[in-house]
Each structure stands twice: as C-alpha cells, then as structure tokens.
Design a protein around this ligand. Structure first.
Ligand code: HEM
Length: 377
C-alpha cells in the first residue's frame, strides 16, 4: 500500500540509536513521574478542598499540595521538552504528520497549559493568604477546571501518540478535516490507553502521599497520609489491571500477539509489569500490620516506581512493533557528534543535580511554611 509517510530527515542521526533511545526513555520516565504527581496531585487537592468541612487533615493536605504543585508543574513542562526532542530526531516523519493532522487540539495544548498553570497558582496563593473562607468555593471550581484541563491535555497527547503509529489512517483524516480539526477517535486502543495513563497518574500520586507521610514528624497526620496514599494506590492499581487488559485486547493483532508470547522481550516485560504492581500493593497492605512499617512502605513505593519504568519501556516496544511494517530507526544513517553528546550528558547531569537541589529546597520551605500555617490555626 502507498502510504503518505514523509521521508526521514536526510541529516544523519547525531548519536547512535541505542543512546538516543536510552535518553528518550530516561527523560520520558522523569516527565511521566512529575506529570503523574501533577495530574493526580491536583485531583487529590480537589477532593481535599471538597472535604474541607469534614476533615482537618484534608485542609492540611490541600495546603501542602498548594505549596508543592506549582514547582511540580514547572518540572513537568521542562522535563517534557527533552523526550520531545529525542522523539523528533528518531520518529520525526511520523510525529510531525500526526501533529499536523490534529493541529488544532495539538496547538491548543499551549493555551491549556498556560490556563492550568494560572489555576494552580490561584489555588496555591489562596491557600497561603488569610482570606480563606470566602475564596474556598472559588478555589474548588478553579481546581476542578485545572483537573479538567490537565486531563484534556493528556487526552490530546494520547491522540497524537496513537495517531503517529497509524499512517494508514492519515489520508482519511486529512480528507475529512484537512484544517487540523481531528482527533484519533477511530483508534480502538485510544480510550483504554488514556484511562490506563490517568489511573496510573492517580496511583503514582498515591505513592507521593505515602512518601509525604514518611517525611512527616507528627504521628496522626503521618498515619493518615500513609493510609490515604496506600488506599489510592491500591484502588486505582487494581482497577488498572482491568483497564490494562482492555488496552491489550484493543491492540492490533500482531502487536498484541508479541506481548502474549510472540516476542520474548515484550512478553517478559508484560509479566514483570504485572508482578511489580502486585508486589507494591502487597507491601503497602503488609505495612499496615507492621509495628515499624517504614521498610515495607519503601519497598512498596520502589516497586510502584519500577512499574512506571517498565511501562515506559513497554510503551516504546509497542511503538516499535506498531511501526515495524513501515520503519525502523536503526536503518537511519548515523554520524555521531561526540562533542555535542558529551556536552548534553554533562548539562543533563548538572540539570538533574539542580533539580535535586531545588526539590530539597522546596521540601524544606514547604515544611517550614506548613509548620507556620499550623501554628496560625
Ligand atoms: C502539563 C501537562 C502535561 C500532561 C498532563 C502530559 C501528559 C502526557 C501523557 C498522558 C503522555 C502519554 C500519552 C500516550 O502515550 O498515550 C505524554 C507523553 C509525552 N509528553 Fe507530556 N504532558 C504534559 C506536558 C508536556 C509538555 C509541556 C511536553 C513538552 C514540552 C510534553 C512532552 C511529552 C512527550 C514528548 C511525550 C511522549 C514521549 C514518548 O512518546 O516517548 N508533555 N504526556
């Protein structure tokens, strides 16, 4: 079949494919972690503001999240840029074509990100000011809009990253709406894939609550955070088993077959990707019965984070399996520019060190502000 796939960029790749892929996966993993904390964290903050009258801890958690979320937002965006660059280098002809076909919603992301960012600042600033009562109602509405905006952004991403894998659908979409008013509705795996991401984001934010709990000094609040976080992680993860299965059956035949025995690597990843979240859930549940649960909780959180890492690799395997009939990045010419690669690695490590330093500063400042806010109440 003659498909309208543009030619790859004639410029050779500036680094070997294995290195570009490693950097893509590494930076995407970081993006996903922060994105999950942002999407899940705003949803948790919304629930807390709704429950503010019945639960003092909810008010306190909303305050803590209000102090953290603006930084989490900034890291989500910054850490999205690097995978976008690596993706363009290796799969540009697919990503550009699908981005043009869904051009309107794709470009609308910029406006949605700006609005959501404002909303998060509105929430954050209203919590730290003293005019709490009259503004709480408005804060809930703004937070609900932020959650909606972030969920919509994620949906557009899912549309683009599924459409780039289906060049056989491009011409039809172009003929139906050549001006970019498209989404990838006819993709059978779109909805389960999207729900899988959203539930995953809620689950990871549950782990975030457990981590916040582990860092708390005050016993009752610490216990509450760990309980709520474990509950959120366990509930959404168990649901995600069902959604994950739905996602699997909606994949095209050859890709699905690869994950259920056809390809040893893909099948092992699926197996590990199912065992790790079970291990995480088991450790979080066992922690409840332990006198000193810290070790169980740390193992539980680590298994949860490893699950995200495995899912990131699986998503890449899925992309390569889906594109295999049309393209393999290993066929592209490579002319390594080692000087530039070295510079990137040095700057990347320096960037991660800065990120770590900033996160520590934010964590310390949050604790000081939270203590001050507690004293005021
Ligand atoms: C702030 C709100 C954001 C949310 C909620 C969000 C959410 C998501 C989601 C759900 C996916 C996976 C979609 C799928 O595969 O089905 C994704 C992938 C991705 N996002 Fe974000 N994102 C956000 C911001 C950004 C920004 C600002 C950038 C770039 C500057 C970015 C870059 C990427 C890239 C490059 C991928 C795909 C990487 C790959 O295919 O390996 N994201 N995002």
């Amino acid at each position: 079949m003659n498909l309208p796939i543009p030619y790859p960029d004639p410029m050779p790749l500036p680094a070997p494919v294995w290195l570009l892929r490693t950097l893509l996966l590494l930076t995407f993993f970081l993006h996903v972690l922060f994105m999950n904390c942002l999407l899940g964290g705003t949803a948790v903050a919304l629930v807390c503001t709704v429950r503010r009258k019945s639960s003092a801890f909810s008010v306190r958690l909303a305050g803590d999240l209000g102090r953290l979320l603006p930084s989490v937002f900034a890291f989500t965006i910054t850490l999205g840029v690097a995978p976008l660059l690596f993706l363009q280098v290796m799969y540009g002809q697919f990503l550009y074509a699908s981005s043009i076909l869904i051009g309107v919603p794709w470009l609308a992301i910029i406006g949605m990100v700006i609005l959501a960012y404002y909303g998060v600042y509105f929430f954050s600033m209203n919590l730290s000011t003293t005019n709490r009562h009259e503004k709480k109602g408005r804060t809930t509405v703004v937070l609900a809009l932020v959650v909606l905006l972030l969920a919509s952004i994620a949906f557009v991403y899912s549309n683009n990253f599924t459409l780039m894998l289906a060049p056989e659908r491009w011409l039809d979409l172009y003929h139906s709406h050549g001006s970019g008013w498209n989404l990838n509705w006819s993709e059978p795996s779109l909805v389960p894939r999207y729900l899988h991401f959203v539930l995953g984001a809620l689950a990871v934010s549950g782990l975030g609550l457990v981590v916040m709990g582990l860092r708390q000094q005050e016993d009752a609040y610490r216990q509450w955070l760990i309980e709520q976080g474990s509950l959120l992680f366990t509930g959404t993860t168990l649901l995600n088993f069902g959604v994950g299965f739905w996602f699997l059956v909606k994949l095209t035949g050859p890709v699905r077959l690869a994950f259920v025995g056809g390809n040893a690597f893909a099948t092992s990843l699926l197996g590990v990707g199912m065992l790790l979240p079970l291990a995480a859930v088991a450790h979080l549940i066992m922690a409840k019965a332990h006198k000193s649960p810290k070790r169980q909780l740390v193992v539980g959180v680590s298994c949860g984070l490893l699950t995200v890492a495995v899912m990131v690799v699986m998503r890449d395997v899925l992309r390569n399996l889906a594109l295999a009939p049309y393209f393999n990045p290993n066929q592209l010419p490579v002319a390594p520019q080692w000087g530039i690669i070295l510079l990137f690695v040095v700057l990347f490590i320096a960037g991660l060190a800065t990120l770590y330093y900033m996160l520590r500063k934010v964590a310390i400042a949050t604790r000081v502000q939270a203590a001050a806010a507690q004293k005021l109440q």
